[in-house]
Design a binder for this molecule. Structure first.
Ligand code: HEC
Ligand code: HEC
Ligand code: HEC
Ligand code: HEC
Ligand code: HEC
Ligand code: HEC
Ligand code: HEC
Ligand code: HEC
Length: 435
């Protein structure tokens, strides 16, 4: 029986049904729209509530700096007014005001200020964080990596020598690039990242504001991986790209907006942060592990070197990192993961050693120029370990299969083949010229 040509009682019932159906559909539609509106209202209510929790404590302040800067730099005053430090009565003067003879001081409105407060200012109230930071490669070693150790004097040299992790160092080839490119370029290149360990005129070292962007000093901002991606990115250390493709990064990208980013330091649990971030693995207090500003404190290998070796404090460091993992994974899983990643690290070591063997006959025959980076073969030899070897290792340790494979191992193999061919060609050419 079809609907076509149906009349009488049956037809009337059907028409009633279709009108009824329309009405029900319409009603459901209205309900859905209402629901969406209600959800939007509810979430914006929540956002408002969060905003209200942090009111601007500097509104109506009689602090002399605030009084004037509310007009000259309203953004800075507003950001700082919402920080927990302002709520704890830390003033503009606490970070900026110094004695007239403080190196770098500028005369300003009947007093002396630092335009760029140094770690010496933070250290007075945060001695532990500053000490940890200065004991890490984020401290003076980051600066030495650019400019070399020779210029260090007195206190700075002592600071450098006291850092156990500073040792496997200045890699000649990379420092050569700094000089080769020159200050007009490196000011915007190397220094953009390595100034995290820059010494200030007052002798203190480092720049806390590289991670704690002024003037909010927000935990959420420091904890999110985008903060690290300012520097941990690109072909030679693609930790950011690797993180994005890892299950941890995917959990962050898809659900991170719900995580409890402002949880008090040292009290974070898996209920607050349910998947790992850069900061969680390398900095944050989590479960049984305390917050540290020494980013080397949880590492077992020197992965950035051409041929990786274990670090001096590897055993303690491993325990610290694994204590973080164990909040979310079991010991068997983590042990297996660590031994597999170590095997991958050793495999990359073998390839880098092989590349040196391939180059050996050229060196012996005196066919390599003494200058770095003046010959295409220098670049192939360098990229093999500096870009691709490192990337393969980082990818293995931080769960980025595409980086271990196509941006890592594959590129190493391809460069090994290229090196072999270049070396044979040069030896042949030399014999031809010689004979
Ligand atoms: C009467 C107004 C006024 C007062 C009071 C004042 N400032 Fe300023 N401040 C300014 C102005 C205007 C500038 C911008 C100057 C410029 O661009 O050359 C400035 C610039 C600064 C700078 C940047 C300096 C630089 O060389 O880049 C800092 C830091 C600063 N003020 C901190 C403070 C602190 C801390 C206090 C309180 C001890 C304070 N100011 C009090 C008006 C004031
Ligand atoms: C907890 C430390 C701290 C406090 C408190 C603080 N500042 Fe700063 N401020 C900094 C740091 C660090 C910088 C330098 C940042 C940089 O170089 O990127 C800075 C830079 C500035 C500058 C220079 C900006 C520029 O780009 O030239 C001004 C102006 C300034 N602060 C004003 C203030 C005022 C006004 C207050 C109080 C409302 C204040 N600061 C409170 C740490 C602080
Ligand atoms: C005069 C003392 C003082 C100085 C100087 C100072 N701080 Fe603080 N800072 C505090 C206090 C007190 C707190 C605790 C606020 C709270 O948790 O209630 C704090 C908290 C913080 C926090 C954690 C914020 C949070 O939401 O828990 C950061 C990050 C921070 N400070 C960074 C810095 C940096 C970077 C500098 C130097 C540029 C600096 N501080 C200089 C006293 C100071
Ligand atoms: C302003 C740039 C910059 C930012 C931002 C930055 N780093 Fe670094 N980081 C560096 C540099 C440069 C080095 C290498 C220093 C060296 O070995 O010479 C480094 C090294 C490291 C190391 C290796 C330490 C070692 O002992 O070998 C870790 C781990 C690390 N950073 C983690 C982080 C994390 C996590 C964040 C974000 C919370 C972060 N970094 C933010 C520049 C930065
Ligand atoms: C995008 C930020 C960035 C730039 C630009 C950059 N680096 Fe680095 N560099 C890093 C980071 C991050 C590491 C740490 C890698 C790791 O530990 O995995 C590093 C590591 C190093 C190391 C090895 C660590 C050590 O202490 O021996 C040297 C040397 C180095 N960089 C020199 C340079 C030089 C020279 C330049 C410019 C020609 C430069 N870097 C440009 C971020 C940067
Ligand atoms: C590599 C990035 C990075 C640098 C550089 C950095 N911090 Fe932090 N800081 C963090 C992160 C991430 C946290 C949050 C820690 C947590 O989740 O437990 C933090 C937390 C803090 C806190 C709150 C800790 C607590 O236990 O209450 C203070 C205070 C602080 N930092 C001060 C500093 C000072 C001072 C410097 C410079 C000497 C500095 N930070 C440099 C990343 C950094
Ligand atoms: C799941 C935890 C985890 C996350 C998330 C993570 N890392 Fe790592 N990271 C590790 C482990 C494990 C190693 C290797 C440790 C070792 O040597 O024992 C490592 C190594 C490193 C190194 C190499 C140091 C060297 O020796 O050259 C750097 C730099 C680094 N991570 C930075 C980052 C940054 C930046 C992010 C975020 C973009 C990040 N990590 C995310 C666990 C993590
Ligand atoms: C805050 C919780 C948390 C921490 C801490 C954490 N992970 Fe994870 N991890 C996860 C989640 C969530 C996943 C994704 C779900 C899954 O595969 O089980 C995951 C997945 C993984 C995977 C699976 C990768 C794959 O491709 O299948 C590995 C390997 C891993 N984590 C290693 C580590 C290591 C090593 C550490 C410590 C250095 C660590 N995790 C720390 C939550 C965490």
């Amino acid at each position: 029986m079809s609907d076509f040509g149906v009349t009488g009682h049956d037809g009337a019932v059907r028409r009633w049904w279709s009108v009824g159906r329309l009405a029900i559909l319409g009603f459901a539609g209205v309900l859905m729209v209402l629901g969406v509106v209600l959800i939007i209202l509810a979430t914006s209510d929540r956002d408002l509530a969060a905003e209200e929790e942090r009111e601007n404590v500097l509104a109506g302040s009689d602090n002399v700096c605030v009084g004037c800067h509310a007009n000259t730099t309203p953004g800075i005053v507003d950001q700082y007014g919402h920080s927990t430090m302002a709520a704890a009565n830390v003033s503009c003067q606490d970070c900026h005001e110094v004695a007239a003879d403080h190196p770098g001081a500028v005369a300003h409105e009947d007093t002396w200020v630092l335009a760029d407060p140094t770690t010496a200012m933070c250290e007075r109230c945060h001695p532990a964080e500053t000490r940890q930071y200065l004991a890490s490669r984020h401290g003076i070693p980051a600066y030495v990596a650019m400019v070399g150790k020779e210029w260090l004097s007195g206190d700075l040299l002592a600071m450098y020598d006291s850092i156990p992790e500073a040792a496997p160092n200045p890699n000649e080839e990379r420092n050569a690039l700094y000089a080769l490119e020159g200050p007009a370029v490196t000011r915007f290149a190397c220094e953009g990242c390595h100034n995290i360990g820059r010494p200030a005129p007052d002798g203190s070292v480092g720049e806390c504001q590289q991670c704690h962007l002024r003037h909010e000093f927000s935990l959420e901002q420091a904890r999110k991986p985008e903060t690290c991606n300012a520097c941990h990115i690109g072909p030679d250390h693609p930790q950011w790209e690797i993180y994005q493709e890892s299950p941890h990064g995917i959990a962050y990208a898809t659900g991170g907006y719900r995580w409890n980013w402002e949880v008090e330091p040292g009290r974070a649990t898996v209920m607050d942060i349910p998947a790992a971030t850069c900061a969680l693995c390398h900095v944050s207090g989590f479960g049984g592990t305390g917050t540290t500003h020494d980013v080397g404190e949880r590492l077992t290998w020197y992965l950035f070197t051409p041929v990786s070796e274990m670090r001096p404090n590897a055993d303690d460091n491993r325990v610290r990192m694994q204590t973080v993992c164990l909040e979310c994974h079991n010991q068997g899983f983590i042990d297996a993961f660590y031994s597999d990643a170590a095997a991958a690290t050793l495999a990359v070591n073998e390839w880098v050693l092989e590349s040196r063997e391939i180059m050996q006959p050229l060196a012996e025959a005196g066919l390599l120029t003494p200058e770095p980076f003046d010959d295409p073969i220098d670049y192939v030899f360098f990229e093999l370990w500096h870009h691709w070897g490192r990337t393969a290792k980082f990818g293995a340790w931080m769960q980025g299969p595409d980086y271990t494979q196509w941006h890592g191992a594959y590129e190493v193999l391809s460069d090994l083949a290229e090196l072999r061919e270049m070396v044979v060609e040069r030896l042949d050419a030399a014999e031809l010229t010689g004979g």
